[in-house]
Design a protein around this ligand. Structure first.
Ligand SMILES: C[S@@+](CC[C@H](N)C(=O)[O-])C[C@H]1O[C@@H](n2cnc3c(N)ncnc32)[C@H](O)[C@@H]1O
Length: 232
């Protein structure tokens, strides 16, 4: 007798990623977040939006961070990965810019981690040798039991120059898995989609928005080995 498929012995569900090629802020405005959504993202640098000029980019950056923070539904979390730059003889602290946006939107900083881009002690004349990883919530969480490390010595493998490293993505996803009810990870500026692949690895559905057709294609194709490092 032929065996009937039973829901009890069905294949385990595999998390999916979906990439939408669109302008992120317009897309967010038209698509309210579903329950269970959290964001892990990295807003574009001034070098990626040269048409705005420095002052225009800075204003855009804070407004974009505000829009992303507003979009995430309670009790979802919003995690930003940003690297400081030197621009025209001044230091641009993107961690500060994101926190300005969070202040205006009334969000709470749960943690602020430092991800080394180069070994501590390195001298850098361009981009900072570290990145910020900041996590915001709607309300304080006094009982976090798996905070993760405050400093990561290496961001991990990057599929392209502006990517969040795999280890930084892993740190963010582990926190979401252990400390939230997130089911969907959204990256509204997904680039080549590093965050999305790692999110799938941790069992989340993943949705990326990307303005560039070429990068959206790369994000659809990206496959990574996200296995735990042997010493990690
Ligand atoms: C810092 S990169 C993101 C890197 C990505 N997290 C990764 O790991 O591959 C920022 C991305 O935002 C995209 N972008 C810039 N402006 C955009 C917009 N208005 N809407 C959607 N994507 C945009 C850029 O094309 C770029 O790929």
């Amino acid at each position: 007798m032929a065996k009937l498929a039973s829901p009890l012995c069905a294949a385990p569900s595999v998390s999916q990623k979906r990439i939408v090629q669109a302008e992120a802020l317009g897309w967010l405005a038209e698509h309210p977040a579903p329950p269970g959504a959290s964001v892990i993202t990295s807003l574009p640098d001034v070098s990626e939006l040269p048409e705005l000029g420095f002052e225009g980019w800075q204003t855009w950056f804070v407004e974009a961070a505000r829009a992303v923070l507003r979009w995430v539904p309670e009790p979802g979390l919003c995690i930003f990965f940003q690297s400081d730059i030197r621009e025209g003889g001044r230091w641009v602290d993107k961690g500060y810019l994101v926190q300005r946006a969070a202040d205006v939107e009334g969000r709470v900083l749960l943690w602020h981690k430092v991800i080394c881009r180069r070994p501590p002690g390195s001298i850098s004349h361009g981009r900072a040798s570290y990145s910020h990883l900041l996590c915001f919530a709607h309300a304080p969480r006094p009982n976090v039991s798996h905070p993760g490390p405050d400093v990561l010595a290496d961001a991990g493998y990057k599929p392209w120059s502006k990517a969040m490293g795999v280890e930084a993505c892993r740190l963010a996803c582990r926190f979401l898995r252990e400390e939230s009810d997130t089911t969907l990870v959204v990256d509204p500026f997904c680039g080549h989609g590093t965050v999305l692949v790692v999110a799938n690895h941790y069992g989340f559905e993943a949705l990326g928005i990307e303005r560039s057709t070429r990068k959206a294609k790369a994000a659809r194709r990206l496959v990574l080995n996200v296995d735990e490092p042997r010493n990690g």
